[in-house]
Design a protein around this ligand. Structure first.
Ligand code: ADP
Ligand code: MG
Length: 586
């Protein structure tokens, strides 16, 4: 075939493919246009999962009759003049392609009326062929109707998923935009049935309750963070509220919904060791930064962005979320929350303790997450963002004793603590490892090297991990087929059975899909700690009990083991009083 220019229609269909992938992409572009036009009310009507029709009506600025024909042409926009403008974009749209793209693959009509026009005008486009403009009656605002999407690109139709899936995509989109723009009154209908609506009164938590339910909305922690270049706000779930996938993790950057795995990773780092393997938080976070700090023109659907200082942004996200988690890390209670007088999320801290322990070490937790920038201490936190003392830490505890060879009983200023000795020791070992990691973990040479015999597949697993283990203070080397020689173990584990520790690593990794390389080390550590920590059923001497308690107090996240299970149960003095009838029960 000789080289030839593609007919305009073909070219625009190809281009449309980049912007309009499925019904939800149409909804997204139309909602973004309405938001750019300062709409206070947006009504989305979907028929047959968007295959039959999608209609978005708004009460925004409208398009003058004289500009209607332009609006549906490619590269026609009112939002940008020069290429430099791209770096001060304050609108969601700027490419001037959405309407043209949608109109080239559907039966499209747009009715619009700006406030200064007494009547509205309508333009129709059929598979890219622009029709004439007619005057019609309509309220101020814009109504776009998209029928028979992809009627002229049957190949695309075949790629659409089941109706239910397409509907879910649309629902996810509308609800998230509703959360991001709580001051806008959103309504969503499927085949005439109302599915979701918000009041537009600006209350985000109310929208959250619409989106999930009241209980979840109540539990979600508020995120509030700001530094010189970026602010992060929104909601994130407490460690007890998780999902089995990342679908409930949403990011908006400067009001734009973006998909960015690096941002999710930053979020997950904040939960590092607090969640069980395979569980994910729910979060919706709004990141705002100067338009010059972010390149939004990376992808035709504008779903990806590039940051000028990605590390700064990622660490801000981790830090913001971590802080939200630290300020509310309630110890699980053994009674229904209704009998609690204080809200669960504000465990009391002894004021005397608070003075003496002015949180010097709390922020070093962020170093554990592998961040490079200096961690803020309470003194150098930006003004106005200084958060209250994170209450994830423990007050000073007085040991009472051990029960059932499994739990320590201790008294704190605010009641009784029952501590799971195994989980607590796990946490202590884990934090020591992490702390020592930077300086190099000291190894303790064994008087007599131990041999570990493994099955061939186990041996391959261990081979893979030997380098990492050796960095963590082990000294392991191959010693004949499927056999390894352990000549040193981390000094932190002194006294532990070396063979047991190595087997622990192998067996745990056997049960598992391959974790991310970056997680391997932390997970190795968590596993080693689990296997070498004192077990339930082990009698501890009073000295050992006291030492464990002291060590736990020194931990930064003492209330959960590295796998996310609680290390303790707290019976508040208040609860005890109620249970004994010393205080009127409600
Ligand atoms: P972009 O949003 O990138 O500018 P679009 O193709 O989505 O490109 O829209 C083209 C133009 O049409 C916009 O720049 C805007 O001026 C106008 N427009 C589109 N939708 C609306 C709307 N709902 N209300 C007011 N103006 C709109
Ligand atoms: Mg647009």
């Amino acid at each position: 075939m000789p080289i030839h220019l593609l007919p305009e229609e073909v070219a625009s269909q190809i281009a449309a493919g980049e912007v309009v992938e499925r019904p939800a992409s149409v909804v997204k572009e139309l909602i973004e246009n309405a938001l750019d036009a300062h709409a206070r009310q947006i009504v989305v009507r979907v028929e047959n999962a968007g295959r039959r029709a999608i209609e978005v009506a708004d009460d925004g600025d409208g398009i003058p009759q004289s500009e209607l024909a332009l609006a549906v042409m490619r590269h026609a926009t009112s939002k940008l003049q020069t290429a430099e403008d791209l770096f001060r974009i304050a609108t969601l749209g700027f490419r001037g392609e959405a309407l043209a793209s949608i109109a080239s693959v559907s039966h499209f009509s747009l009715v619009s009326r700006p406030a200064h026009q007494s009547v509205a005008a309508r333009i129709r486009v059929d598979g890219g062929k622009i029709g004439t403009v007619e005057v019609v009656g309509a309220p101020v605002g814009t109504l776009v109707r998209v029928e028979d999407l992809f009627f002229n690109v049957p190949a695309r139709l075949k790629f659409l998923k089941r109706d239910q899936t397409e509907r879910q995509q649309i629902d996810a989109l509308v609800t998230r935009y509703a959360l991001a723009y709580p001051q806008v009154h959103f309504q969503l209908y499927h085949d005439g049935t109302p599915i979701f609506q918000t009041t537009g009164n600006g209350n985000q938590r109310e929208v959250l309750a619409q989106l999930y339910d009241v209980e979840i909305s109540r539990q979600m922690l508020e995120v509030e963070y700001e530094d010189e270049i970026v602010s992060v706000s929104g909601f994130t779930s407490p460690v007890g509220l998780t999902r089995s996938n990342r679908k409930e993790i949403t990011f908006f950057v400067n009001g734009r919904w973006v998909q960015d795995t690096a941002l999710s990773t930053a979020l997950l780092q904040a939960y590092h060791t607090l969640l069980m393997v395979g569980r994910y938080p729910m979060a919706i976070l709004f990141i705002n930064l100067h338009p010059e700090e972010v390149d939004v023109n990376v992808h035709p659907t504008k779903a990806e962005v590039r940051f000028r200082n990605p590390d700064r942004v990622f660490s801000a996200v981790s830090r913001a979320v971590r802080r939200a988690l630290m300020t509310s890390n309630p110890v699980p209670s053994v009674v229904p929350p209704s009998v609690w007088q204080r809200p669960l999320s504000t465990p009391q801290i002894d004021p005397a303790w608070e003075m003496s322990h002015q949180a010097q070490n709390l922020w070093t937790t962020f170093e554990q997450t592998g961040e490079t920038t200096a961690s803020p201490t309470p003194e150098n936190l930006p003004q106005g963002t200084q958060s209250p003392l994170p209450s994830g830490v423990l007050p000073l505890l007085r040991l009472v004793g051990q029960v059932a060879m499994a739990y320590l009983v201790a008294e704190g200023p605010d009641g009784l603590y029952l501590i799971d000795q195994h989980a607590a020791h796990e946490r202590v070992l884990f934090e020591r490892f992490i702390q020592k990691k930077g300086e190099g973990i000291p190894a303790q040479t064994l008087l007599e090297p131990a041999l570990v015999h493994l099955s061939p597949s186990q041996a391959r697993l261990l081979e893979d991990k030997v380098d990492t283990l050796n960095r963590l203070g082990f000294h392991i080397e191959p010693f004949g087929p499927s056999t390894f020689r352990v000549s040193a173990i981390p000094a932190l584990l002194s006294g532990a059975d070396p063979v047991q520790a190595v087997r622990a690593v192998v067996e745990d990794f056997e049960e598992d899909e391959t974790p991310l390389q970056s997680e391997v080390e932390a997970r190795l550590i968590a596993r080693i700690c689990k296997r070498t920590a004192v077990k339930a059923g082990q009698v501890l001497s009073p000295e050992e009990q006291r030492a464990l308690l002291r060590d736990l107090e020194a931990c930064q996240s003492p209330r959960t083991c590295p796998h996310g299970r609680p290390t303790m149960i707290h019976l508040s003095a208040d609860l005890l009083e109620r249970q004994f009838g010393r205080k009127g029960a409600r």
